[in-house]
Ligand binder design. Sequence first.
Ligand code: TRP
Ligand code: ZN
Length: 478
Amino acid sequence: MLPTAAAATIALLAATGAAAHAAPAFTPGAPGAGDPALPTYGNGGFDVAHYDLDVRYQPAIDELTAAHATIRATATQNLSRFDLDLIGLTVDAVRVDGRPATWTRDGWELVVTPPRGLRQGRPFTVDVTYHGVPKGWSIPDDSGERPPTQFGFVPTDDGAIVLGEPESAMTWYPSSDHPADKATFAVAVTVPDGLAAISVGLPLGHTTRSGWTTWRWASRHPSVTYATTIAIGRWRIDSHLHHGRPTIIAVDAALGPQYDAPVARTDEIIDYFETLFGPYPFESAGAIVERQPGLLAALETRTRPIYPSDRFEDTNAKYAVETVAHETAHQWFGDSVSIDFWYDLWLNEGFATYASWLWDEHDGFRTVREQFNRFYDYPLDFPFWTPAPYDPTDGDAIKSSNYYRGAMALHALRKQVGDPVFFALLRTWAAQHRDGNASTEQFIALATRLSGQDVRPLLLAWLSGPVKPVNPDPPPTA
Ligand code: TRP
Ligand code: ZN
């Protein structure tokens, strides 16, 4: 036995040592990704690498009768618990690394507590078994003349389709539903025989058993969650190789052949954009044309954009093709190069809009200069001018200024730096941030470096300034 004083000293040392080597504190992950516009979207404390989904859908009752999500992620802090985003639906079981976990629901936060804390840097797997009737959003038309606008998970007359931005994933699978957390994605969709399920990436075939057919899709490239989808129904499918890459175009079988024409130009549009923006970023391409009335708009679902057929009904067919060009351009800008914060959305929408102007000029519709001046001439109080696109303090996730003022900003930059630098900039941007995320500040820095000019004041005047900048490309005087 040690003398009392020595024992006390040793006890003290032991206690100090214990404190120094104590288990690090494990704390809850944040319920959101930290985006000022949508603070509870996405989640903190971990980073998703991959979603593997296996869902069964019974259209007769609009129900996901059996669904399973396997999510591979890595802890980015010592995690005591973490959230996923999931709207409605019933969770039947959650496992973390194969061990049963407890969970609670709080709005669309699915709060998961694993049996033990997860150390920072540790990869882990979450398995969620769930089912139920998915609930998207439906906004009634005030006039009562049009069908309600629907987005998220939308049941259709022959199946279902998912499309929505900023959110949609959380209406059908537990996710970190924010573009900052890109992940690869694989899905197996089981539907009654006679129906097909289209998704993003490469087709891995389908198998039939006891009246049900399972359709499998997977992608090697990481995706933002809002660009994932499933489209279930009866389709007229054109599947072919273009430059060795599968192009898969699915048109709702209830639609006449005139709806095939705009999307049939997808390959040609990709070829043109490759000359401007560099290689097409994905392993596959295509389109989905859905007849369901009331869908909000076309959406750049990755490799296979969704086009509501009512967007193809203008008497001038060039408008439909312009939409195909817009969504196809998003494959480079938005889907391959993605944003970290919603306030950078002009990097998606301004670029896709400008690309569609370039396509229109190439296709003999209207010139970029005409398009630029058409928008430039609107007064400054028009919604596509104000509020301005780039304002990190603005809480709007999606605003029309990202599209038209964003595109005008690019045209002003092009006029300032000249075509060779401008197009080198777009190609470098697409190559440097391929499969990643990027910001307005990074774009300004790259434009400054490649042009050797201080283009920051010009870009900020177009993207954030309170006054209309001087027109750099006025119409020719008659
Ligand atoms: N990103 C789409 C486009 O540029 C537009 C869009 C925004 C959208 N939110 C949506 C489309 C929700 C469908 C549903 O074309
Ligand atoms: Zn767009």
